[in-house]
Design a protein around this ligand. Structure first.
Ligand SMILES: Cc1cc2nc3c(=O)[nH]c(=O)nc-3n(C[C@H](O)[C@H](O)[C@H](O)COP(=O)(O)OP(=O)(O)OC[C@H]3O[C@@H](n4cnc5c(N)ncnc54)[C@H](O)[C@@H]3O)c2cc1C
Length: 497
């Protein structure tokens, strides 16, 4: 009889594990609290408009391609990918200046020369040096972190210089690009990890590198289509996915997990349980009080967390001339970043990311209309900000910025439908600990050996996937967490991976 695997949560992490294990012949059953799969990587339909809830930058496409390949599939048979080049536009509030970012190296060089004369000289060095870092660090990040001897081995020793200990992303990029805004163009990617460029470890220079090297993709129908495709593959291989079925707690006896208790009271037994629900939420809510040894609520409260996001999804009865992705840096960017990470709400001058995918993808809004995705990085819920109180003010200011800096004059009268998600909503509706949507911060003392392990050490038979676990947040690393958990389970049961 095949071994039973329960997965809590159908986000990208849980779906990646589910796909691989269902293909390997395990009896996979996924319980998802929401009516649809995808989690933060799911979609929202507002009337005729469709929005991605979270991810809009699809990077390191080969990781998901490999997962599909392992299960005998071709990702392209399930989703239509379009590589975006130019990748995005950056607008610098204080310079009243903009730069277009290309993954085509020659075009990027010409654009750097045009906007920041002289800065183009650093591009080749950036590619050369950062390739070495990427080649050294990726094997460490994609390997499991369960065994200390396995973590601190030759692979890691070889990678040690690539960690750039003591250096921040902002310092590392200063080696290549001198003008301040050229440097920021290669460091703002720390926000993909929910961190400040002045605090994000230099090791994460691999993020801007892989973005420029491997490019950024759009998926037709939105990035949520990746999760729809993964769910389809799981079902094709005999796995079951139960939506609108929240898990209330993990069943534990003698430090061994033996199944889950559903919110409707049913108990479902399993040989192994993989939890994809947010790590901090899981430890505080699904693990019975007092059962955890290492990751106690007290320890969690002391962790460093990522920032949060104030989201606006706007269905507009008009088109825009905006590119697919545009990012506006606050006029005083440093102050805005300092506010976010010290728990303050920037009053007016905040950074905004806007995505209008309608030129690339006609499926998201009717002809002549726009599904506009507006993202404002803000503090997580440790800030104590009362979002019910300030939500209207932040919305108004974001609309002002859209009107003045993104050319969307009188935008309010064009809004047909709208939804806002605040940090408080991430915590309440999406079960995200402290609304820190990029999970535990990626400081080196919360990475690799120090990040929650994919085979959880506090209890037997429990595995973890998702952005709060090793190797970290962001879709490629989340898929990797799912792949590591699947590999560990296969190994334990002697199934060839
Ligand atoms: C606004 C935003 C923008 C982002 N942009 C990008 C981007 O451009 N590129 C990128 O790579 N990454 C991006 N990310 C980061 C990250 O890739 C996503 O957040 C990703 O969806 C996280 O995946 P996950 O598997 O860790 O968790 P989730 O997607 O949250 O999945 C966890 C699942 O568990 C379910 N669950 C929770 N509790 C229970 C329970 N008790 N019972 C059953 N099910 C439960 C949830 O409903 C959810 O479906 C973004 C995140 C956000 C929020």
């Amino acid at each position: 009889m095949s071994k039973k695997i329960i997965i809590v949560g159908a986000g990208p992490g849980g779906l990646a594990s589910g796909m691989l294990l269902a293909h390997k012949g395990f009896d996979v059953e996924i319980f998802e609290k929401n009516p649809v799969v995808g989690g933060r990587n799911g979609s929202i339909q507002l009337g005729e408009y469709k929005f991605d809830i979270g991810p809009t930058f699809f990077m390191m496409d080969y990781v998901l391609r490999e997962i599909f390949k392992t299960t005998g599939r071709d990702l392209e048979d399930y989703v239509k990918l379009t590589r975006l080049d130019p990748m995005y536009n950056l607008h610098f509030g204080s310079l009243n200046q903009a730069i277009t970012i290309f993954s085509d190296r020659a075009k990027m060089k010409a654009e750097l020369a045009r906007v920041f004369p002289g800065a183009e000289k650093g591009l080749d060095k950036f590619y050369r040096k950062e390739k070495t870092r990427f080649d050294r660090l990726i094997p460490v990040l994609s390997h499991h972190n369960n065994n200390i001897l396995d973590v601190f081995n030759f692979r890691t020793i070889l990678a040690l210089p690539s960690f750039s200990f003591g250096k921040k992303l902002y310092d590392v990029m200063g080696n290549y690009f001198k003008p301040e805004y050229a440097r920021l163009s290669f460091t703002f990617q720390s926000k993909y990890l929910g961190m400040s460029p002045w605090d994000c470890p230099g090791a994460f220079a691999l993020v801007p590198y892989t973005e420029h090297q491997d490019g950024v993709y759009h998926l037709e129908g939105g990035l949520s289509q990746s999760t729809v495709a993964m769910a389809k593959a799981i079902k094709e291989d005999g796995g079951k996915i139960h939506c609108s079925t929240p898990v209330a707690s993990l069943l534990i006896k003698n430090k061994k997990i033996y199944g889950v208790k559903l919110a409707d009271g049913r108990e479902v037994l399993a040989d192994k349980v993989i939890v994809n629900a947010d790590f901090g939420y899981t430890m505080n809510n699904l693990v019975p009080a007092g059962a955890a040894r290492k990751w106690t609520p007290k320890k969690l409260a002391k962790t460093k967390l990522s920032c949060s996001i104030f989201m606006m999804y706007l269905g507009l009865k008009r088109t825009t001339t905006l590119p697919h992705h545009s990012i506006l840096f606050a006029k005083n960017y440093r102050q805005n970043v300092a506010d976010i990470f010290s728990g303050k709400l920037t009053d007016k001058d905040f950074s905004v990311y806007v995505r209008d995918a309608s030129k690339t993808d006609k499926t998201l809004a009717p002809k002549g209309k726009t599904a506009l995705y507006v993202l404002v990085p803000v503090a997580n819920n440790r800030s104590g900000i009362d979002w019910d109180k300030v939500k209207g003010k932040v919305r108004k200011q974001a609309l002002n910025i859209l009107a003045t800096d993104f050319g969307l004059k009188d935008i309010e009268k064009d809004i047909e439908v709208e939804k806002i998600i605040t940090p408080a909503d991430w915590e309440k509706d999406y079960n995200v600990y402290e609304g820190a949507v990029f999970n535990l911060a990626h400081n080196l003392n919360q990475m690799i050996w120090f990040r929650p392990h994919n085979r959880f050490e506090d209890f037997k038979n429990l595995y973890l996937t998702g952005g709060g676990t090793h190797p970290g947040s962001g879709l490629p690393t989340i898929y990797e967490s799912g792949r590591i958990a699947a590999r560990l389970i296969c190994k334990e049961f002697g199934v060839k991976y």
